[in-house]
Each structure stands twice: as structure tokens, then as C-alpha cells.
Design a protein around this ligand. Structure first.
Ligand code: C5P
Length: 218
């Protein structure tokens, strides 16, 4: 897809619960960029698979993606762990990825006019969706730290889940996401590695901001 105007493009990949969403939101706010959490699209389709069971098919996925709105992605039930696992299952499917890719590419390179550009986070953003992004980051953290953060999130939402269940689920998703045949999660050579294990959210953002400002001010 051709870029229609000069925009700032930021691509972020990360394993689950590494803090990429938080950083993407900070970046979006700081630089007035449109933000797309691509995991939510996979969760939306993963949820559709759970609801429709035998009636789940490509035609249905295509029609849902054609009509997809940001409102659809804000639904609370998409945060459930069962939906995340279902998302990782449908995410292995090449055809489904292709359908979702169109939506993401359009958003990435033609964000709404009021924004100066876009920031997307997911698993294949630096490697497939935004290969030509101006900035590419790979955000990660130690698995136990990620599990603890996600566990505390679930607890604040009053979800009944133990730390060990969260850890097991994240390990399972890491495995599925890194080992699938199409668009596996990996750090591309041109991505900057940010490890959030020992950094606060703000400290992590200051690191990202200094990298971005250096380039943007040149
Ligand atoms: O980021 P989040 O944890 O919400 O993503 C849910 C699942 O969606 C991931 O575990 C992954 O399997 C899939 N996904 C993907 N590619 C993306 C974003 C998410 O395969 N760009």
C-alpha cells in the first residue's frame, strides 16, 4: 500500500504481557499517533471462534473484519485468558492472518488525518505488517515478571485465576507464537531491543523517547 503523506510509523513486537501496549500508548500520546493494538483483532476473531464453534469459517471472518470498528476491540470479554488462547490458535492460520493483514496495513500507512502517524503493536508488526516502519522495537521481559504483571492485572479485574495458571498460559502462548509456521514472533535485525524486566513504565518510555527524538530532531 502506498503512503499518501509523510507520517511517523512505529512498529512494536513483543511476547504477551511484556508491557508493549503501555509503551505504545505512551508513544501515541507523546507524538500524536493513532494506536492499534493488533492483538485485540486476533482476540476478536478468537472470541468469534469460541462463540460460533462449527459455524466459524473464513467467510464469517472476512465479513467481521470488513465491518470491524474500534468499538468492537474495546469489549471487556476480549481480555479473558480463554480468548487469548483461542486467539493464538486462530493466529496460526495463514488465511486468517491475510484477512487481518489488510486491515492493519491500511491503518498503519493511512491513519486518520488528525494524527501525525501510527503505532502498532503485536507479533508480526516489525517483520510483516510494517516492514518499512521508521522505528522498530522489540519489547520483552522475563517470563516470571510478565506472569506476575498479568496476574496482578487479572486480580484487579477480580478474575479467578492463580499465578501458576497465568504463568502456564503465557508459556503456552509464547510457544505457539514463536513456533508457528506463518509470521512467528521474532526479533528482526533492525528492531531495537527493550527489556522492561527491571525498568519502570516511565523509565522504559524515556529510553524509547530518547531514541525517537534523536532521529526525529535530526
Ligand atoms: O497481544 P495479545 O496478547 O492480545 O495477542 C493475543 C494473541 O494474538 C497472541 O498470543 C498471538 O497469538 C496473536 N497475535 C498475532 N499477531 C499479532 C498480534 C497478536 O499472532 N500481530
Amino acid at each position: 500500500m502506498k503512503r499518501k503523506r509523510k507520517i511517523i510509523t512505529v512498529a512494536i513486537d513483543s511476547p504477551a504481557a511484556a508491557g508493549a501496549g503501555t509503551q505504545a500508548k505512551y508513544i501515541a500520546q507523546e507524538y500524536n499517533l493513532a494506536y492499534l493494538d493488533t492483538g485485540k483483532i486476533y482476540r476478536f476473531i478468537g472470541n468469534l471462534r469460541l462463540k460460533k464453534r462449527k459455524n466459524f469459517n473464513y467467510k464469517l471472518v472476512r465479513s467481521k473484519i470488513d465491518k470491524l470498528s474500534e468499538h468492537d476491540l474495546r469489549k471487556k470479554n476480549l481480555l479473558e485468558d480463554s480468548v487469548a488462547i483461542s486467539a493464538a490458535i486462530i493466529a496460526k492460520d495463514k488465511k486468517i492472518r491475510k484477512i487481518i493483514k489488510k486491515f492493519q496495513t491500511k491503518y498503519a500507512y493511512n491513519p486518520p488525518q488528525k494524527y501525525y502517524g501510527s503505532v502498532l503493536d503485536g507479533r508480526d508488526i516489525t517483520s510483516v505488517i510494517m516492514k518499512r516502519a521508521m522505528f522498530k522495537f522489540y519489547i520483552t521481559a522475563n517470563i516470571k515478571i510478565r506472569a506476575k504483571r498479568r496476574y496482578l492485572e487479572f486480580r484487579s479485574m477480580k478474575k479467578k485465576i492463580t499465578y501458576n495458571e497465568v504463568l502456564k498460559s503465557l508459556k503456552n502462548r509464547d510457544y505457539l507464537d514463536k513456533n508457528r509456521k506463518y509470521s512467528p514472533l521474532k526479533k528482526t535485525k533492525d528492531s531495537i531491543l527493550i527489556n522492561t524486566s527491571k525498568l519502570s513504565k516511565k523509565a522504559c518510555f524515556m529510553k524509547i523517547k530518547s531514541i525517537m527524538d534523536k532521529r526525529l530532531n535530526n
